[in-house]
Design a protein around this ligand. Structure first.
Ligand SMILES: [Zn+2]
Length: 75
């Protein structure tokens, strides 16, 4: 039997990024990580961190939590 593939929700520019830690906030009005409520749609690039403890990108970005982050956030 074929199962219908669940459509994954795409991250779009309509999603907002935390101006503090660059976390992509898909729902809600504040960042789930740092509770910052200053979110912006003015961001570029997307990076998904799956293993923050073993990721150079995560280290470079100061990310310690798994998730999706903007590469650049313009405040
Ligand atoms: Zn944040």
């Amino acid at each position: 039997m074929w199962k219908k593939l669940k459509k994954r929700r795409k991250i779009t520019m309509a999603d907002r990024a935390c101006t503090n830690c660059k976390r992509i906030v898909e729902s809600g009005s504040e960042c789930p990580i740092c509770k910052n409520d200053e979110l912006t749609r003015n961001w570029r690039g997307l990076v998904a961190i799956y293993d923050p403890e073993d990721s150079e990108i995560a280290e470079e970005m100061g990310v310690t939590t798994t998730g999706k982050y903007a590469v650049q956030v313009n405040v």
